[in-house]
Design a protein around this ligand. Sequence first.
Ligand code: XLS
Ligand code: NI
Ligand code: NI
Length: 441
Amino acid sequence: MVVLGDKEFFKGIGAITYEGKSSDNPFAYKYYNADHVVQGKTMREHFKFAMAYWHTLCGTGGDPFGPGTKIFPWNASDDPIQAAKDKSDAAIEFITKMGFDYYCFHDFDLVNEADSLAESEKRIEKIIPYIKQKQEASGVKVLWGTANLFSNPRYMNGAASNPDFNVVAHAGAQVKIALDTTIALGGENYVFWGGREGYMSLLNTNMKKEQDHIGRFLNMAKDYARSQGFKGSFFIEPKPMEPSKHQYDFDAATSINTIRAYGLEDDFKLNIEVNHATLAQHTFQHELQVAANAGMLGSIDANRGDYQNGWDTDQFPNNVLETTEAMLVLLKSGGIHGGGINFDAKTRRNSTDLEDIFLAHIGGVDTFARALLIADEVLRKSPYETMLASRYESFDSGKGAEFSRGELSLEDLHAFAHANKEPEQISGKQELYENILNQYS
Ligand code: XLS
Ligand code: NI
Ligand code: NI
């Protein structure tokens, strides 16, 4: 159901619906059919697509070489509360027209930060009831909330990892308010992305102290949220760098270590972002698999980078084959736990029509939907699963099975190897696996 505010911001665009791949309508889904069931769950349930408030409604296209290029009608008012209301109206209109159920936000995406903490808090308290009522009228929900602990100059040396306690305390205040906001808006999860939780030079950095402070800070946030009745998951969103030279939550494996080292494994999972994976020299599917293996695949920030440069370009996903590999991980590991797929992506600086925001999201949604359908076919119809299982069949019986069960010693391996000839060469068959993926796509 499309829900409009007082003004309609995206005029001429109605509800985006599924028309199938023969449709030429650019404002229709070709692959995403929300109610279509894949492996026991509808696409809507598999994905839980979310709009990112910051890119979609706040990002006007500024870059280090020039200001924003996009004129957003919801940004017209000089009154911060009115502007926040307009933005919220635009959010609900966009989300319901897309047929999404969710959005994600930073505290100061909802309403602009003021000059003082007290005034900022007042603004947030003022806007919450308005947004809540819009959510109730539309059925739109919050996938996760977070605090922006990286834009304000006070965080130039970090937030929870800042060498100055005054700044750490300020970050704590902001997280408390962001948690209160997330809880008030019925948010299902809460994210920590530590853009400035890292360092620029090790010369002026006590890394151990900073990391211990992050551990302490995350525990405090978790304890507070639980004391307020928050039942959702917390997610750490790994990223190796940018804006810090080295970010402490470098990748999934590093973040899992943070979670375990500070005793957070019952409450924390990971939010894996595609382009953060590639910046860490991993593939997206690698990061998903690492998270899934630890039982910590919590949510996904969908986007893509650019193979010719090394920064977070946050483009919309459009690579079906790569996304298919990710969907194989998802289907085989039982899906995402608690979170969904948030489009942490922005239209290009020169994509200045309001309709471009729709086209971009439609493309991203269809990329995931098509990839899911292909992955499902590969798993059900192709020899892929059998091939993979047979690659490890030497562990299914005999000594191999005993090894897997932990029943052999190193001396046993020594004796076994002596009793056997040199192992036969067994091909990894990578090209065949790749061909199968291509065949079903
Ligand atoms: C930046 C991150 C950020 C988080 C939320 O690279 O992706 O947008 O998702 O703070
Ligand atoms: Ni992100
Ligand atoms: Ni990012």
